[in-house]
Write a protein that binds this ligand. Structure first.
Ligand code: MN
Length: 320
């Protein structure tokens, strides 16, 4: 029963003096907001505890709250809570941490057991949805600061309740969150969706340069020169992948960004039907059935991946 796991988690939080909360590398708003909201909620309930949200900061997400710059190697007997990450190696900022127990809270398809308490709800639209549920069950008061972040994480990961992971339960949880916290949620959209003009122009480039195959597979291969020309960064395209959701007759679409500095190709893939996470898995990637990513330093991997994605569209087209 989910409510039993919630109780167990709340008991562990009560029990530990030092709690470290971590999420995946290359965070998105759900990852950042889930860890920051959980940290703040625990601190509001237990002000004397030492609770840290760790991992590399991302300047554009500073508006959701600051991360704790601490040396985790000095912490002992900590409770480690991971949010929004299914595999241990992708947890950011815990190197050298001697944690005593671990709790995983995640909504990605299950990948591996961390050996602690596992709260994996693949039906949740976001990790923030699960954290909200946990806080509702805890009966702790939910502050404006915490509620704002939870709402942003839910809205962002479900792409404004557009994606298929959005369920009746999502709306129930959100309704409860809004009732309890009374936050001005429509004001938060500006915080979440405001972007620099450079990004809007870059989105125009993506739309202009999208290649669509006869099998209904669409992709853009973005060079380092283009990134420099538009004054954007190597994460910009991946944050725009959902802007291309409703293109008629496109089944799968993908952006490949070449990050020359770190010698890595970052790939974001979305699908309207064909299952793509197994294909991503072949190239050191993974994710959800219809929303996946890949990171590889090999150009050959990219060429093969694009071929595989085109092929999965071809098969899908024949089955249609
Ligand atoms: Mn998420």
């Amino acid at each position: 029963m989910k409510s039993d796991i919630f109780k167990k988690i709340l008991r562990k939080i009560k029990q530990y003096e030092t709690i470290v909360i971590a999420r995946h590398v290359g965070p998105d708003p759900d990852a950042i907001c889930s860890q920051v909201a959980l940290r703040d909620a625990i601190l509001e309930r237990y002000p004397k505890k030492k609770v840290y949200a760790v991992g590399a900061g991302v300047s554009k997400f500073r508006k959701y709250g600051l991360l704790d710059k601490i040396d985790v190697t000095n912490l002992h007997n900590a409770l480690l809570i991971t949010t929004d990450v299914p595999n241990f190696y992708r947890i950011d900022g815990i190197e050298g941490l001697k944690f005593k127990e671990i709790i995983k809270i995640d909504h990605h398809p299950f990948e591996e057991n961390f050996g602690g308490i596992e709260l994996v709800d693949e039906t949740a639209c976001s990790t923030c949805q699960i954290i909200t549920e946990l806080l509702i069950q805890s009966k702790w008061p939910i502050s404006t600061k915490v509620a704002n972040n939870l709402f942003i994480g839910i809205v962002s990961d479900s792409d404004r309740f557009l994606l298929s992971y959005t369920t009746v339960h999502t709306f129930e949880i959100v309704t409860e969150l809004l009732k309890r916290s009374k936050i001005s949620f429509t004001k938060l959209y500006e915080k979440l969706y405001e972007r620099p003009l450079e990004e809007i122009r870059f989105r125009g480039y993506l739309a202009d340069n999208l290649i669509v195959t006869e099998n209904h597979f669409a992709y853009v291969d973005i060079s380092a020169e283009v990134i420099a020309k538009y004054h954007v960064d190597t994460a910009t395209a991946s944050n725009m992948i959902n802007d291309f959701n409703y293109i008629k007759d496109v089944y799968v679409w993908c952006f490949v960004t070449h990050d020359v500095k770190n010698n890595v190709y970052k790939v974001n893939i979305r699908s309207k039907g064909p299952v793509i996470n197994e294909i991503a898995g072949k190239y050191h990637g993974g994710g959800h059935k219809f929303a996946s990513g890949v990171r590889t330093s090999e150009r050959q991997d990219i060429d093969n991946l694009l071929k595989d994605l085109d092929n999965v569209c071809k098969t899908y087209k024949m089955e249609e």
